[in-house]
Structure formats: C-alpha cells, structure tokens
Design a binder for this molecule. Sequence first.
Ligand SMILES: Cc1ncc(COP(=O)(O)O)c(C=O)c1O
Length: 489
Amino acid sequence: MNQNETPLFTGLKKHVGKKPTQFHIPGHKAGKGMDEEFRQFIGENALSIDLINIQPLDDLHHPQGMIREAQELAAEAFGADYTFFSVQGTSGAIMTMIMSVCQPGDKIIVPRNVHKSITTAIILSGAKPVFIHPELDDRFGISHGITPEAVQRACEAHPYAKGVLVINPTYFGITADLKKIVDIAHSFDIPVLVDEAHGVHIHFHERLPLSAMQAGADLAATSVHKLGGSLTQSSVLNLREGLVSHERVQTVMSMLTTTSTSYILLASLDTARRHLAINGRQMVEKALHLAEMARNEINKIPSLYCPGIEILESEATYDYDPTKVIISVKNLGMTGYDVEVWLREHRAIEVELSDLYNILCIIAPGDREEDIQLLTEALMELSQTCSSTYEHKEVAVKVPEIPVLSLTPRDAFYASTEIVPLRKAVGRISAEFVMVYPPGIPIFIPGEIITEENISYIHENIEAGLPVQGPEDDTLETIHVITEQRAFK
Ligand SMILES: Cc1ncc(COP(=O)(O)O)c(C=O)c1O
C-alpha cells in the first residue's frame, strides 16, 4: 500500500472537479444557498466537499470504495487489522467497542477514572462494571492507570468478563505496562479495549509508550482529532482480529453513527493518516524537543514543578508521554484554575485543562519555540507576582475516595428518582453523573453512594471556578437520587 495516497480526499476532489449539478442534500449546494458571512469565512473549498453519501463517494455504513481504501491504509499505518473511521469522536468509538463485546448482564473490568462515554456505554449495553481502583498520586492530585496485578486479580475473580478496558495513556500522559495487561487478559481469553483518546501519536515514535496495537490489544478508540491533525470530532477505532469480530464491530458502529456522515471530517482523517504515516516520527520528535525545553525552563521558576521521568515510581506508572506537560502550581498559593484564568487574561494563553493543583499544557508539532518562550515568560511573571502577594505554603493535596457502587449504572439510571438538595444527599444513591469537564472523569456515576467527602470535593471545585457538570440542575444545588422505599407510611 502506498501511504502517500489519499483515496477519499482525492476521490472527493475529483467528484467536485466535475462541477455536478446537485439535486441532493445538503441544500446549501456547495455554499451558494447559505448565510454569506459564514460562507465567506469557511471558504468555497470546504463547502464544496460538504456532501452526503451519494454514489461515487462510498458509504461509511457499508464501505466498498474510497472509504474502504482509506480505512485500509489507516489500518496499515496504525498497525491494525481493521480501522473504522468515526465521525462521532472517540466517544462514539468507545461506545462501539463496549457494545460490540458486552450484552446485558455481561461483566466488564474497567478502571473507575474513566471518561463518561465509557459509563454511558455501560448504561446503554446493560453491562455490569467491575471497577478497578486506579492508583491515586497525592503529589499532584491526579489518578493514574491500573496495575497488571490488579488486572490479574480482577480476571481471576471474574474469568468470564467480556472485556478489560484500559486508558492508555491517561489525559496526563501516563501509561501502565499495557503489554503485560494484554498478556494477562488474553490468558483468560478476555479482549482488551483501549481508550487511546490521548495517544494517537504514540504509535509513531519509539521513545513514546507502546500504542494499543503495538501492545497486542484487541480494540482501540483513538482520537486522531486530538493529537493527530484531523478535524475535531473525527477519530478511529482500530481492531486486531482474534477475540473480536470485525463484522460485529461494523454493525454496532453503524447503529451508533449518523446516516449523514461528514465528508469534511472523513477527508481530514484520510489526510491526517497520510501525514502521520509519512511525517509522524519527525513531528513527534519536534514536540518532544519543545516539551523538554518547556520542562527545563519551567523547573527553573520558583514554586512551579513540572515532573519528568521521576513521575514514574509505581506499577501503575510504567511509562509516560513527555509531550503532556503537567505543571504543579499548588505552591504558588493559587489553584490551577486561577492560573488558567491569569494566563488567559494577562497573556492570551490557553491551556488544555486545569484542576485544583495543576495546569496541563499539550505540546504538539504545531507549536514553535516562540510559543514555549511565551508560556515560560508568562509563568515566570506570575510566579514573581505571587511571591510578593502570597506567602509560600505547602498545600496538602486531597483526592476523594471512590464511592461504593450499590446498583448497576443502568439500573440506577432507569430507576425511579427524587430530587434532593446536594448537601442533604449523603448516603443516597446517585442517579446522575457529576464530573469536572475537562477531563470528564466522574466524581459520581449513577448507582454510587454519595459521601460527605465527595460533596465537599464538588463544592471545592465549584468554589475554585472549575467546570463541574452532569446533573440536570446545573447550579448543582440539587441532585436526582434513587427513591427510597419506606417500610411504613
Ligand atoms: C480519556 C478520554 N476518553 C475519551 C474521550 C472522548 O473523546 P471525544 O471528545 O473525541 O469524544 C476523552 C475526551 O476528552 C477523554 O479525555
């Protein structure tokens, strides 16, 4: 196969080059019938390929032509047997993975610090989660992955589980020993499903952790749009055949996918794959160099700490991706969120995420040395401002306990519920998700028992200005809990 080719993008350009008279949707007809300001802003080229699955353009639901060829090239580039394009983000690919292997009542082994798309898929499929507690890092207040030992114990206790789900790497770039986890799960004939939302690039450089396909995993939902250069919302689902059938995956993917698939997104996947396959290593090399530069400079700034390889000190932290620059700001006397806002307001710098103790900056091939310099200069100025304003103090990092699951998420989601004030919800079973987004990892999921400690953690996040979301009541004054049956009237 020739990775220089882009069958889908080239096919689209060829089609629009014929200037067909279109009596089909979309009704804007290459932009001629749409709002003028938007048309001019987006540009004619993009609008000309905003098409639907008309005959020459193939169909994502049953690919036989240019989409199929593009997916085959992607499979070769990602080291997979099959690659499925997703126009519904990695969330869509994750739901497909889980719903392809789990039927109602089946068990799935998952870390508790998963993205909400995983809990959503568990609710929709009716699977029963067997949660493995991730390792919590109280130096930074973040959770890492799961250990091979924990997976071994979970597989022994639940040998008929239908999948082991692993986050590789985490949002903060940390990986467990995925190869070892795959070997353990496979010794029980259990497929390994990988949330690779933050790791599309790791496949393309030997200094980065093993990708899901390199480690022998069965399925991987991979965000090409996050770090691989395609447009937002476009992702891939990679499959290694053996324990999971590609026909089943295609069927489930199709069930969960819009019938109006965007060719702009699909073409961006086709071209991002070409760029990664041909230039991926060199692009990652550049990002690694810039990240090292940033780390060195930030570590010279008083009260800031940007961990490198020393973050790897346990079984759950086997390897890491240095392009995820975690900056611990707790000793500045400010929360991560305050630092995020300060950078936005004073220097027009936007970070990837902030939490109570850290900010996370993602370094990617699109960055330049000047950008790193702007960041480090801004942080230096902030540190100087803080040292004259705040007293230096060591902050104790709190990471809340993971609540106990007392009902399956599906049973809780569909149970009869009542609304109670959040402050009075201690001991009740939550029927809703509550999470800070980003990163979108739930503090509660439906079915978990609400604790005092977790309510305080929610309030602390709200007070710090962090985006806590999930419940129907977006003021978070109240929450839906499962109705309690009373023995007496
Ligand atoms: C760990 C993790 N998994 C999955 C997703 C979902 O990806 P997407 O936004 O492409 O649906 C995200 C998004 O932030 C994520 O952080």
